[in-house]
Every structure is written in structure tokens, then in C-alpha cells.
Design a protein around this ligand. Structure first.
Ligand SMILES: Nc1ncnc2c1ncn2[C@@H]1O[C@H](COP(=O)(O)OP(=O)(O)OP(=O)(O)O)[C@@H](O)[C@H]1O
Ligand SMILES: [Mg+2]
Length: 353
């Protein structure tokens, strides 16, 4: 089956695992429980699940159990009959009925009251609902997908969540890893959002300086993708020039990364040297290198760089070597690189911007 990722961006192996599950689970009618820290993209994933299901042409009805006052949640879910309570001046269908044939998304299910949990369990078992103040039941064909950023197992232990409902919901668990565990996805997403916001604001696309890339990669992103998205919007407004430099980053990020930074800097330099320095030391010592090894994905991951930053780093290093070998003569350096002098000078200019 061809997966429609529905705008979910990421190439990390952790996310690939989620997509793999999604392909298998989407076309079934199984109940799915999506877990993950706040801002990891749970809602986006649930929408993708629906879009890839056989119910894609039927309604997708989200309901945020944490945002609706608990006295109203039951009638919101199941509807009510006229006169069921003081303000019930007319009968009204609930979200379950609206979702018939499609998917209902019970977001922040961990916030749901115990008494209502019983009723959800009943719907799961009987596949029928009863409006508040109603006297009969109605069959519904609704797929239930729930999400939470709480640890429901702990909630069960603490007596805040019904164990039976937990097992019933957790038929297929889908866990979205936090952004800090998604390696190069941080930069992939950063660039995506940055381009998006720059375009929206009608400005030239902003580039990330290599050091900015390393800082963004090292930051822990407690608010995950949402934090990154908001943050890129801010940069698209506040950054002068066309490159985001570390000085453009807010203290919140710089402070957290500061301690890490020295260590990261050393590790980065070491790894980069291992990768590219054989050439450098060869130039310095005139010792021929032993064989040639193509850099591979593992090298990217070791450095925590995206492909673009990796290639930029390699390019910078080789340009430096050419300049060194040519004792600074740009014509000659360009020749060593098999490049037109004008192109070479353009490249040098870009670097110093
Ligand atoms: N992998 C991704 N690719 C592109 N955009 C993403 C990705 N993950 C999340 N987003 C975007 O980040 C924002 C937060 O995502 P979403 O609302 O799905 O998170 P959530 O896990 O439901 O958060 P919360 O627990 O706070 O409700 C949204 O604007 C969403 O479009
Ligand atoms: Mg959400």
C-alpha cells in the first residue's frame, strides 16, 4: 500500500518505524492509541491514519476531551434529547453520530472522567450509543482513535484511568518519539518551517549557519515539533540578513546548549577530522592516503548533520585545502577544483556572508 504521509516530515529511523506501523494499521478497523509528548505530531499522525484508511471519504471527527467541561462532554460525544437538561432546548446529535462510517479522534483521552470512561468502553464493546436523556440506543460504525501525552499505565495505577478501557484502547499502540530522538529530522523540519514562513512573509529564504545547525541539533526541544515550528516563525520575522547565525537564537536555546556546546564542538571537530582530514593531513605531510572510502549514512548520523550540511562541510574543507595548496591564489585553487574562477569566487563570497 502506498502511504500518504499527510504532511508528516521526517526521515529518521525512529519515525520510519512509526510509518511502518501506520501502513499496517491504517486499513484496519482496530482501535489505536497514539502516545507521545506534547507537540510530537499526534494529531497529524491520527489524521494520516484516517486518510490512509478505508474510511478516508467518511467523516473525521476530532474531540478534545481535555478542553470540554466534563459536564458537557457526554452530550458532546453522544448527543442529547430535547429537555435532557436545562439548556437542552432541542435534540442534538453527538460527535459519535456525526462520525458514523468514519473515525472519531478522542484527543487527550487521559483527561476523561472515570464515569465517562465507562460509557466509552460500552460503545467500544456494543458499537451503539445512547443520547443523554434518550430512551433508546443507536448502532454506530465508528473507528476510535485516541491520543494522550500522559502515561496511561501510570494513570491506571493511580486509579485515574480504567484498566479495562486502557487495554481496549491500546489494541494498537503507536508511539511518537520526541523530536530530540529523531536525529537529522530536527534540521529537516527547521528548514521546512523556515522556508514556509519566509515564503508566507514574502522574504527570501533564510539559510542556517553551520553552527546554528549544530546548536539546533543539540537543543532538547521540550515542546517538540510545535516548539520548533513556532521558533522558526519567530526567526523568519526577527532575523536580519539571509543567514540565521547563533546570535539570532534566543537565550533559552543558547543557555541550554552552552554546556553541551564545548563538548559537542570537540566531538564534531574530531569526527569531522576523521572524515575529511585524511586529505588535509595528506596535503600537509605529503603522505598519500590509503585508499578511498565513501562517507556513508553512519557518518552523517555521527556528526548529527543533514546531508546538505555534511556536503557543505566537505566542500568548505576541500576549498580550504585547494586555497592552501595554491598559496591563496584563487585562479590556481579554482583550477585544482576543476571549477571556473568566477564560480569559485562566488562560492567564497557566500561563505563569508
Ligand atoms: N513530523 C512533522 N512534520 C511536519 N509538521 C509536524 C510534524 N509533527 C508535528 N508537526 C506540526 O507541529 C504542530 C504540533 O503537532 P500536533 O498538534 O499534531 O502535536 P500533538 O502531539 O497533537 O501535540 P499536543 O500533545 O500538544 O496536542 C502542528 O502544527 C503540526 O502540523
Ligand atoms: Mg494534539
Amino acid at each position: 500500500m502506498e502511504l500518504n504521509t499527510n504532511g508528516i516530515i521526517g526521515q529518521s529511523t525512529t519515525l520510519a518505524g512509526v510509518f511502518k506501523m501506520l501502513v499496517k494499521v491504517a486499513p484496519t478497523d482496530s482501535t489505536v492509541l497514539v502516545t507521545g509528548e506534547s507537540g510530537t505530531g499526534k494529531e497529524l499522525l491520527v489524521r494520516a491514519l484516517h486518510a490512509n484508511s478505508n474510511r478516508a471519504n467518511k467523516p473525521f471527527v476530532p474531540i478534545n476531551c481535555g478542553a470540554i467541561p466534563k459536564e458537557l462532554l457526554e452530550s458532546e460525544l453522544f448527543g442529547h434529547e430535547k429537555g435532557a437538561f436545562t439548556h437542552a432546548i432541542r435534540s442534538r446529535a453527538g460527535r459519535y453520530e456525526l462520525a458514523d462510517g468514519g473515525t472519531i479522534f478522542l484527543d487527550e483521552i487521559g483527561e476523561m472522567d472515570l464515569s465517562l470512561q465507562v460509557k466509552i468502553l460500552r460503545v467500544l464493546q456494543e458499537k451503539e450509543i445512547e443520547r443523554v436523556g434518550g430512551s433508546g440506543v443507536k448502532k454506530v460504525d465508528v473507528r476510535i482513535v485516541a491520543a494522550t501525552n500522559r502515561d496511561l499505565e501510570n494513570e491506571v495505577k493511580a486509579g485515574h484511568f480504567r484498566e479495562d478501557l486502557y487495554y481496549r484502547l491500546n489494541v494498537i499502540p503507536l508511539h511518537l518519539p520526541p523530536l530530540r530522538e529523531r536525529g537529522g529530522d530536527v534540521i529537516l523540519l527547521a528548514r521546512h518551517f523556515l522556508n514556509k514562513f519566509c515564503e508566507k512573509k514574502g522574504r527570501e529564504p533564510l539559510d542556517l549557519a553551520p553552527k546554528t545547525v549544530r546548536i539546533l541539533q543539540a537543543y532538547a526541544w521540550p515542546g517538540n515539533v510545535r516548539e520548533l515550528e513556532n521558533f522558526m516563525e519567530r526567526l523568519s520575522i526577527l532575523t536580519d540578513g539571509d543567514v540565521v547565525n547563533p546570535s539570532d537564537l534566543p537565550d533559552k536555546i543558547l543557555n541550554q546548549v552552552a554546556d553541551l556546546d564545548d563538548e559537542a564542538e570537540v566531538a564534531f571537530e574530531e569526527a569531522a577530522q576523521q572524515l575529511a582530514a585524511p586529505t588535509a593531513s595528506a596535503a600537509q605531510t605529503s603522505q598519500p592516503r590509503q585508499g578511498f572510502v565513501w562517507p556513508d549514512l553512519a557518518d552523517l548520523e555521527k556528526l548529527g548533520l543533514s546531508l546538505k550540511d555534511f556536503l557543505d562541510t566537505v566542500e568548505t574543507r576541500i576549498i580550504d585545502q585547494a586555497l592552501e595548496k595554491a598559496s591563496g591564489a584563487k585562479n590556481l585553487a579554482a583550477e585544482y577544483l576543476g571549477m571556473k574562477r568566477t564560480t569559485f569566487i562566488e562560492k567564497l563570497k557566500k561563505r563569508h556572508q
